[in-house]
Each structure stands twice: as C-alpha cells, then as structure tokens.
Design a protein around this ligand. Structure first.
Ligand SMILES: Cc1ncc(COP(=O)(O)O)c(C=O)c1O
Length: 379
C-alpha cells in the first residue's frame, strides 16, 4: 500500500442497499443510483461496476467528464447527466451517448447539428422548475423547448424531471408536495401537447423512503445507495409514517495507521498554535492523515478515531498531512496499528453523521470531501 490513508468500500453493502431500494420501490420504477461526486466519495468506477452487476440499468452522474470516465472504464449502460453540460462538452457527450438534462434552448440548438445523423437519437430530459430555483424551466417554457426538441432529428425527449428543494431538511413536507403537484401538472401538460415522455422522475433518497407517490417510473437514489440516511428529519418522518423498516448498510471505511508512538509529559503542548496542553502524562500516537486528505481541520481537538477497538481523541490542530491522538488509555498501541477515521473497529463506530455533527455539516459533505487521490479498495 503506497498510501498513508485509504478507504475500504463494502461492495456487498452497496449491492444490498441497491436491492433494498428495488424492494421498496417495486417493479414499477427503475432504480437509478446517483454516482456523481466520485460516488459520494466511494469511488465512481468501483461502485458503478458493482451497481451494474447488481442490475442497475441507469446511473446518474453530475457532468460529462464523469460519464466519460465511466465509458472509459467499460460501462455501456444508460448514463444520465443531472448537471450542466457546457457547449464545449457536448460533442463528447453525444459520442459517449450520455443522456443529458436540458433547460436551455441554446443547448438544444448546439446539440442539434451534432446529433442530426445519429442512428439512435440522443436522449434529453427536460428539467421542470417546481420550486428549487436551481436548474429548470417553468411549464410554459418547458413546453416550448419540448416542441423544439421534437423538431430536431437526432434528439428525443427521453425524460421529464425535477428536484425537491426541501424534503430532507424538514418534517413538514407541504412544500415538497406542492412541488410534486407542479411536476405532475408539467407532465400532464407535456402529454396533453402530444409528447410521449418515456421517463418521469423527481426523487432523491428521502422521497423514495417517504413518498411512493413520487416514484413515477424512475427513482434517483444517491445517499441511500451508500448506506446513509439523508437526515434525522427523514428518519423521524419515516418512523412516524411507519416507513422506517428499511435497512441501509454504510459502505465506506476510512483508515490510516500509526506513524509514531511517544510519551509526552504533563503540561506539554501539542501541535500548531499550541491549542492543546496535556493535563496528564500522555501517550500520543501520530497518524499520517490530515486536511489535505479531507479530514476537516475543524475536527481539531474534537473528533475521535478508533485504534485497537478504543476511541482515541484528536489532540491539537489537524495538520495538512498529520494528526495526533491521545492513546494513553489504549493498551499496547504500536507502530503501524490500524486507525479508523470513519467506520467500525471492534465494538466502536465513528459514523459520517458523527463527523458531520462535530463540524456542523452533513454526511454528504464528509464522504464527498475525502480526497479522490486516496485509494478506494473493495472489501
Ligand atoms: C438531481 C439530483 N437527483 C438526485 C440526487 C440524489 O439525492 P440524495 O443523495 O439525497 O438521494 C441529487 C443529489 O444531490 C441530485 O442533485
């Protein structure tokens, strides 16, 4: 192993989570895992291969580059790009047969000449603006763009889509239901205008867990694929609605190893800025991982890691490539002992949610911030 820290990815957990969503959703809708952002930090090629083997017919990426990466790794299935595709990326996208989300007339104009002679038309998914005020078009403009797509040989309206603004951050889902109503009206308007839109999709994990009425015929599932719940609010709502009988298995462990063990006298300072002073004779272990690797500097003097099955607190500031932990209470810590930054060891567990709560963020950010250069090893 040429790296001082690495992630281990449980492919059986990924497969199990995917199957769990298939079970919940039933045969009426395609489960389309979201593997953008390096599969939420889990390793896009590794995870996508496992998901295809588990039966995933469609994978969602954020941008063309991610789609190309998957094509280069041999992926030949449907890939849907949920984020923006810039003009200069469009010819690559067409060549790689990526389905694209569209919400600009200019994009359709730029695609038309590139696709005019395609054997199979390029699939476009029209994004409806239903309240997120991110990507998307209001219904009247979406209808115009759909007409435009219909006029262009080589392009086809493959899907209609939207995205919820406020479904995992709250236990009050009034706004989400309003968005769903707008989406439904948009779909109806397209159908009434003679557009046969094969795929209709608006979910994220929270919607899939909580609201079967959001499924239509394709569901996008991100965070849940990796075994994490979107939020406490989603869990609370699921319990109230008795929809919590779902088992998600976290797939990612992040590990390093002890680089040095040393005894430090009482009253010594530890690390940059001398932000920690020992209150007792302390046995310290140095761990060669830092904020460059994605271990957030705000975890300084706050987080715990696991070593020899014990929790060991981080002492002093996280450095760029190192951190220090107190192992005074842990018997026999030795050079090269395994250190778990995220995951389980013996009876102990540090979850992405725990790390997130220490620094005021969400589990999504914790795993996506783990540096891409660190290896993701199948386990
Ligand atoms: C367009 C779109 N769909 C689906 C998802 C998946 O959301 P989640 O990870 O909450 O399932 C995302 C994630 O941000 C997204 O941007």
């Amino acid at each position: 192993m040429l790296f001082n820290s690495w992630c281990e990815i449980s492919l059986s957990a990924i497969e199990q989570n995917y199957k769990e969503f298939e079970r919940i959703v039933g045969p009426g809708a395609i489960v389309a895992p979201v593997v953008k952002a390096n599969a939420y930090g889990h390793g896009i090629e590794l995870v996508s291969t496992a998901l295809r083997a588990a039966g995933a017919a469609c994978l969602c990426v954020n941008e063309v580059d991610e789609g190309l990466r998957l094509r280069a790794s041999g992926d030949q299935g449907r890939l849907y790009v949920v984020g923006y595709s810039a003009f200069e990326q469009l010819s690559d996208a067409v060549e790689a047969a990526l389905d694209l989300v569209v919400y600009n007339r200019e994009t359709v104009d730029a695609l038309a000449p590139l696709c005019a002679r395609l054997e199979r038309p390029l699939g476009l998914h029209l994004k409806l603006e239903t309240g997120n005020n991110r990507q998307g078009l209001p219904i009247d403009q979406a209808l115009e763009l759909a007409d435009e797509i219909r006029r262009r040989p080589g392009l086809c309206l493959e899907g209609v889509t939207t995205h919820f603004a406020d479904i995992e951050d709250t236990t009050d889902h009034t706004f989400a239901m309003q968005q769903l109503g707008r989406f439904q009206r948009g779909v109806d308007a397209l159908v009434a205008a003679g557009h046969d839109v094969p795929l209709r999709h608006c979910t994220n994990t929270a919607a899939v867990i909580l609201f079967p009425e959001t499924y239509f015929n394709l569901v996008r599932v991100g965070i849940g694929t990796f075994g994490m719940w979107p939020s406490k609010e989603t869990l609370v709502t699921a319990v109230q609605a008795r929809r919590h009988q779902i088992h998600l298995e976290p797939a990612l462990s992040w590990k390093s190893r002890v680089a040095q063990v040393k005894d430090v006298a009482r009253g010594e300072y530890i690390g940059y800025g001398r932000t920690y002073q020992t209150t007792h004779e302390t046995r310290l272990a140095i761990v060669p991982v830092g904020y460059y690797d994605g271990y957030d500097r705000r975890l300084s003097n706050l987080a715990h890691v696991l070593v020899r099955g014990h929790r060991a607190p981080v002492r002093g500031r996280i450095c760029m490539n190192m951190l220090m932990i107190d192992v005074t209470h842990v018997p026999d810590v030795a050079l090269e002992d395994e250190v778990v930054l995220l995951g389980t060891q013996g009876e102990q567990r540090v979850s992405a949610e725990q790390l997130a709560s220490w620094i005021g963020t969400i589990n999504y950010e914790v795993t996506t911030r783990i540096h891409e250069r660190l290896p993701r090893l199948p386990r």
